[in-house]
Design a binder for this molecule. Structure first.
Ligand code: DAH
Length: 345
């Protein structure tokens, strides 16, 4: 019997030695040390032996088990080490290889222009206001001196959601909302950038969605020359010190008097050329002195307070500044377009 155990041990160690993977090794463990294994089998004769023989057989079988177990453990460690080495070799990273630049996003040109304009006005002491894009007829029109059936409503083709709800056609309703927030006490100095919507057919100069920046100043002695000085400062900052502005009389229901503001042409500097249709100037924004009705509806006493307001189109500014000839470029998300204006980041 002892010979048999010796043979079992020899065979086991031989098989363990030749074994090449952990799964197979586990099968060997079951084969030799399991309940139905040869050692257990050899123990069956135990009951026929005397005490002394039992002791010897028990001892030898234990030694055999331990030898096999030790061999399996040692082999397990060896195989695990081999596997790890193989894996590390396979996954080795060559840190000396040249790297590649991951593609980075950039700020969109419209956001850059808005930030640039915001910086100019914040530098003059303005704060930034916001308002909802889904607006009521009340704030979008009525509070701005555009009662129902007013013909000037036709100037702005509107996306109506219900009779009362609409997509704001301009950022001017934020003027009305801001005035009410101030409870009739000035001074007020805000700009409001945001998206606006019109029922226009899209073409090179029209987009059904575009951006505006509204400006509103209210104080006790605000005059038209303050408006002119402010816009002149703004234009020179955006387009350059050599550019001049001019005011042309115009009409907006919410301002009186109202003006259209032009800047001298970038190409001819006011002399007249094909770019400015020989006028020397290019229109850039609408503005005016806040209409007393608008001040009154906003809770300000028109006998005590005056104000000026203006509406800037940031896309138009970007188009003039960078020679972009189609407003739809801002909304197509063509990366080739966007990447050209990676000015800041
Ligand atoms: N809301 C006008 C528009 O969308 C732009 C505008 C003109 C705003 C004159 C003003 C302003 O605040 O005073 O056409």
């Amino acid at each position: 019997m002892l010979e048999k155990l010796k043979d079992i041990c020899k065979n086991a160690l031989c098989e363990i030695n030749e074994c090449q993977d952990l799964k197979q090794l586990n099968l060997l463990r079951v084969k030799y040390l399991g309940k139905k294994g040869p050692i257990q089998d050899a123990m069956k004769v135990m009951k026929d032996l005397d005490k002394e023989q039992r002791k010897v057989l028990g001892q030898v079988s234990n030694e055999t088990k331990n030898d096999i177990l030790e061999a399996i453990d040692a082999k397990t460690k060896k195989l695990e080490k081999q596997m790890l080495e193989k894996k590390l070799k396979k996954e080795a990273i060559d840190v000396t290889l040249p790297s590649f630049k991951p593609p980075l996003g950039t700020m969109h040109l419209t956001n850059q222009i808005i930030e640039e304009i915001e910086d100019i006005f914040v530098g003059m002491g303005y704060t930034i206001a916001t308002g909802p894009e889904v607006e009521t007829d009340h704030y979008n029109f009525e509070m701005l001196n555009l009662p129902k059936d007013h013909p000037a409503r036709d100037m702005q083709d509107t996306f109506y959601i219900t009779e009362e709800l609409l997509l704001r056609t301009h950022t001017s309703p934020v003027q009305a909302r801001t005035m009410l927030e101030y409870n009739g006490v000035g001074p007020v100095k805000i700009i409001c950038p945001g998206k606006v919507y019109r029922r226009d057919d899209d073409d090179a100069t029209h987009s059904h969605q575009f951006l505006q920046i509204e400006g509103l100043v209210i104080g006790e002695d605000v005059t038209m020359s303050d408006l002119k000085g402010t816009l002149e400062f703004y234009v020179k900052k955006v387009f350059g010190e050599d550019r001049e502005i001019r005011f042309r009389p115009s009409f907006f229901p919410f301002t009186e008097p109202s003006v259209e503001v032009d800047v001298t042409c970038a190409k001819c500097k006011g002399k007249g050329c094909s770019m400015c249709k020989h006028s020397g100037y290019i229109e850039i924004l609408g503005a005016g002195m806040v209409h007393p009705n608008v001040l009154g509806m906003g809770g300000f006493d028109p006998n005590k307070y005056q104000g000026f307001a203006f509406g800037i189109g940031p896309e138009r500014i970007a188009m003039l500044k960078y020679g972009i000839d189609d407003i739809r470029q801002f909304y197509t998300n063509d990366l080739r377009f966007n990447r050209q204006f990676n000015l800041k980041y």
